[in-house]
Design a protein around this ligand. Structure first.
Ligand SMILES: Cc1cc2nc3c(=O)[nH]c(=O)nc-3n(C[C@H](O)[C@H](O)[C@H](O)COP(=O)(O)O)c2cc1C
Length: 205
């Protein structure tokens, strides 16, 4: 047990609420953290639906906050909440199925809402700089057949690119792949990996 307070953001994106392997694994991983001691868990289910960015939203986002109208500020409330959850988190646990070789559309919607100049990245002398450094992300991936890290996997490479862009470079993937062939073996292997993960290093981040 540890007394170091830790905030975990648990983000799930599978369209399935029951029978979802990525959710089963993200839940198992978060339980490991909560067993450690003083842990606050923020739950965010993006599969419940997030709005797509619109012309008005983009206009509001690109208007300096001091100059935004009330209507413009209201358009950003949901995004502000998602960004605040990220800033509050020490660790992100992301449950991600591979859908059509990439990330689920629900997760892409979340990404579009959290990548905001001045909030999660900024433009410095050398180009964009992420503002969310010092955090760790652990992603539980489920796929029917596409092996994580193979040329067909456009999900983890893309997610790493985005997380790195906002400053989260410590990213671990735990995958259950081949679920369409041998689900029991794939799940067992991922569970073993989760149980063996060194999660105390997240405390120091
Ligand atoms: C819309 C959709 C698209 C999918 N596309 C792929 C794919 O491109 N490659 C793959 O290996 N599996 C694919 N699958 C299978 C899922 O990755 C697999 O069922 C996984 O377990 C889903 O995650 P979940 O168990 O957390 O719901 C797809 C499933 C769905 C529902």
């Amino acid at each position: 047990m540890t007394s170091t307070p830790l905030t975990v953001l648990k983000l799930d994106s599978s369209g399935r609420k029951s029978g979802s392997v990525s959710r089963q694994l993200s839940t198992r991983l978060v339980e490991r953290f909560t067993r450690q001691g003083d842990v606050t868990v923020i739950e965010r289910d993006v599969a419940d639906g997030l709005p797509a960015v619109t012309e008005e939203w983009i206009g509001s986002n690109f208007t300096p906050s001091a100059d935004r109208s009330e209507d413009q500020a209201a358009l950003l409330v949901q995004s502000d909440t998602l960004v605040a959850e990220l800033h509050a988190a020490d660790v992100l646990v992301i449950g991600m199925p591979i859908y059509n070789f990439g990330v689920p559309a629900s997760l892409k919607s979340w990404i579009d809402l959290i990548c905001r100049a001045g909030e999660t990245f900024q433009y410095g002398e050398n180009g964009p700089e992420g503002l969310l450094s010092g955090k760790r992300a652990i992603v539980t991936v489920a796929s029917g057949g596409v092996p994580v890290g193979s040329p067909m996997d456009h999900a983890t490479t893309y997610l790493s690119q985005v997380l790195g862009f906002v400053g989260i470079t410590d990213v671990t993937y735990v995958s259950a792949t081949g679920l369409a062939m041998d689900p029991d073996a794939a799940i067992k292997s991922a569970e073993t990996e989760i149980d063996a993960l060194n999660i105390t290093q997240a405390q120091a981040a």
